[in-house]
Structures are given as C-alpha cells and as structure tokens.
Design a protein around this ligand. Structure first.
Ligand code: GDP
Length: 178
C-alpha cells in the first residue's frame, strides 16, 4: 500500500458499557494493534482491503458520557473530527438505544448540511435472553435517522468485520467514485 492513500477518521459514539472498546479492539487485532496517541486518546489505525481496494481507517474510541448537560471539549471535538461515525447501543439496554437517537441528533446539529456516513450498531446479540431492543426497532430507527444498521456481537466476533467493511463502503459511496 502506498503512502498517499487517504486516511479516514471513524469515531465511535455511544453510552458507556455498550461495547465500543471491545469492537475497536477486534478491529485493531491483537497482532496488528497500533495504538496512537492522538489528542491524548486511543485511536487505532488499520488498512482494510474491501472489494479489492485498500482503505485506511483511524478508529477513535474517545467518547465520554455527558455529565449534567455540561459542555465538554472532547465531546465537541469527537463530533467535529469524524469522516464517519459508528453509533453503538446494546440490545440489552433500552436506555443506550435512546441515547443513540440523541447522539444522532447531536451529530446532525454539529455537522449540518454534511453528508457523513453513520452506522447504527446494536451490539451484544449473544445475550439473547436479555434483549430489550428488537432488530425491527433498530432497523426502523436507522431508517428514520437515515443511516446504515447492523447488529453485532463483540463477544462472539459476529458481524464485526462486516461492520468495518460497511464503514469503508459508505465512505467510498460519498467519495463520488466507485
Ligand atoms: P464501552 O464502555 O462502550 O467501551 O464498552 P466495553 O467494550 O468496555 O464493554 C463493556 C462490557 O460489555 C465489557 O464487560 C465487555 O466485555 C462487555 N461486552 C462488550 N461487547 C459484548 C458483547 O457483544 N456481548 C457480551 N456478552 N458482552 C459484551
């Protein structure tokens, strides 16, 4: 891969405990992990080959929960720097699903008029008996918020590669190329 290939910043958003760090760890891989200190935060860079073409993603796991509606520099930075967003909730936690909707709205306000790829992710599908949010609800939410949708299990490594490949495809679609 050449040194001129573009790098796209992908920012993970979502409530604490939904599985953001677990997903990004799977993305980074044990062998290939390349921890960068960027804005003092964890970011993982990896080049993926998708549909015969290589794309480098820098995935940032720097989101912090809102405290009493207080403005935070890190939060607004997260909302500004992404070329794409992964909004994660846990299918076992309805509150995190509601937060995902709020995050989508915050993102829309922060990046008005920009057509940024967003993937809504329902994680923890392995916890079948604890499910509080149905697949249909997740899908319907994605339609309303005009984003892609996928359910994953970081624990079972199910659909995680598909998630990041989907991010790459969404970025390419907007690039105006193939
Ligand atoms: P974060 O706070 O959003 O970064 O969430 P973490 O990645 O730290 O995960 C929070 C907890 O949920 C940890 O104990 C993880 O092991 C667990 N977890 C994450 N993903 C899954 C999953 O897909 N299934 C199950 N059963 N547990 C998960």
């Amino acid at each position: 891969s050449g040194s001129w290939e573009p790098l796209y910043r992908v920012v993970l958003l979502g409530d604490p405990g939904v599985g953001k760090t677990s997903l990004v760890n799977l993305f980074a891989g044990v062998q290939e992990r390349d921890l960068l200190e960027q804005h003092g935060e964890a970011a993982y860079k990896r080049t993926l080959s998708v549909d015969g073409e290589e794309t480098t993603l820098l995935v940032m796991d720097a989101w912090e929960p809102e405290q009493r509606g207080e403005e935070s520099r890190r939060r607004s930075q997260c909302l500004q720097v992404g070329n794409a967003y992964i909004i994660v909730y846990s299918i076992t936690d309805r509150g995190s699903f509601e937060s995902a909707s709020e995050l989508r709205i915050q993102l829309r306000h922060a990046r008005q008029a920009e057509d940024i790829p967003i993937i809504l992710v329902g994680n923890k599908t392995d916890l079948v008996r604890c499910r509080e949010v149905s697949v249909e609800e997740g899908r319907a939410c994605a339609v309303v918020f005009d984003c892609k949708f996928i359910e994953t299990s970081a624990a079972l490594q199910h659909n995680v590669a598909e998630l990041f490949e989907g991010v790459v495809r969404q970025i390419r679609l907007r690039r105006g190329g193939k």
